[in-house]
Write a protein that binds this ligand. Structure first.
Ligand code: NCD
Length: 359
């Protein structure tokens, strides 16, 4: 694998993805073969936001490869609470470790970290933006269940605005051929524009299409995959706004009766009230298997990234104190030294940190 960091699934070519998937399948079949792959290596996990699955699956993945783990899951117990910049924390921690895994509530934080890191950086979720290792998990599960990641009808239901797992998954699946995406949400929680523009550009080029609907009942019978998500309470400005959106979508046994016998229900978890308890016992629900796959695909990723050489001192970037991105949730508006880095996507200038359009 040529990539050094995994900030966005789209950092990877599809053949690199294929190689990673095959490695994860080998690890899943015979984990003992890999128990010394990362012996002597250290992974740092900087979790500025709560996590159960992602953090534990990264940690256990490294341990199962024979490596060790350092890090924090509560930034208040680190120098961050003394006001240390992200850049300084990254420089220090990557002097101690061989791979850095970071989760942060601010969009673009992992990309910002990668600028100052001497070791590979993995984005374990940056605010409501992206979550590429969940996508690895999701694609592995879809591949196992359906034998392919193209020609599928995939429904995504819930908080499509703030759900980073959906953003990453759709942007990734847009690169495969002939998928049909059914976007099930309220108008307030529909996909952000950078994901829509990806579906319109890359997606359409690959023969994919999408439709927006407002109920599960009207589409569930067509779906091969139903990807349920939680309403992301922590990303709302107020409790009232959250209360208006919560509880709108609920997968019940009655709705499952309308679905295909081989439709698979996925969920990045944690789930709150969007899936009835009794649905958990339906053999079409695959989210617990999906979470287990997360460990194997992360083992494959860590094994590949730990094999990279550490670099010398990170390059110096020009300090940019003037704001250049209009997204208040973008890391460039929180860490006021980050260089102005933009890219052109579909003829439009976008922020390299958070993908918002530069106006
Ligand atoms: C997701 C996340 O953190 O974005 N969880 C996970 O990593 N499996 C989904 C969520 O929190 O709703």
């Amino acid at each position: 694998m040529d990539i050094r960091n995994l900030i966005d699934f789209n950092d990877m070519s599809l053949s690199e993805w294929d190689e990673l998937y095959k490695l994860a399948c080998r690890i899943k079949r015979s984990p003992a073969e890999f128990r010394d792959t990362c012996r002597g290596k250290i992974m740092a996990t900087l979790f500025y936001e709560p996590s159960t699955r992602t953090q534990m699956s990264f940690q256990t993945a490294m341990m199962r490869l024979g490596g060790k783990v350092i890090g924090f899951s509560d930034p208040n117990a680190s120098s961050v609470s003394k006001g240390e910049t992200l850049r300084d924390t990254v420089k220090i921690v990557t002097a101690y470790s061989d791979v850095l895994v970071i989760r942060n509530p601010i969009e673009g934080a992992a990309y910002a970290a990668s600028l100052y890191s001497r070791v590979p950086v993995v984005n374990a979720g940056d605010g409501g933006h992206l979550h590429p290792t969940q996508t690895l998990t999701d694609l592995m599960t879809i591949n196992e269940l359906k034998g392919r990641t193209d020609g599928l009808t995939v429904g995504c239901c819930g908080d499509l605005l703030n759900g980073r797992t959906v953003h990453s998954l759709l942007r990734a699946m847009a690169r495969f051929k002939n998928n049909r995406f059914v976007l099930i949400s309220t108008p307030e929680l529909s996909l952000p524009d950078y994901v829509i523009s990806e579906l319109n550009a890359v997606g359409v080029e690959n023969g994919n299409s999408f439709v927006k609907v407002s109920t599960l009942e009207e589409c569930i019978s067509e779906l091969d995959i139903l990807y349920m998500t939680r309403i992301q309470r922590e990303r709302f400005h107020s409790q009232e706004e959250y209360a208006r959106q919560s509880g709108v979508y609920r997968l019940t046994a009655d709705k499952m009766k309308l679905a295909k016998p081989d439709m698979a229900v996925l969920h990045p978890l944690p789930k709150v009230d969007e899936i009835d308890y009794e649905v958990d016992d339906d053999p079409r629900t695959m989210y617990f298997e999906q979470a287990e796959n997360g460990m194997y695909i992360r083992m494959a990723l860590i094994a590949q990234l730990c094999a990279k050489e550490r670099t010398g001192r990170a390059p110096a970037y020009p300090i940019q104190t003037e704001p250049f991105c209009h997204n208040p949730r973008c890391i460039s508006n929180h860490e006021k030294y980050l260089p102005k880095l933009t890219k052109i996507v579909g003829g439009e200038e976008r922020c390299c940190y958070c993908d918002a359009a530069i106006k």
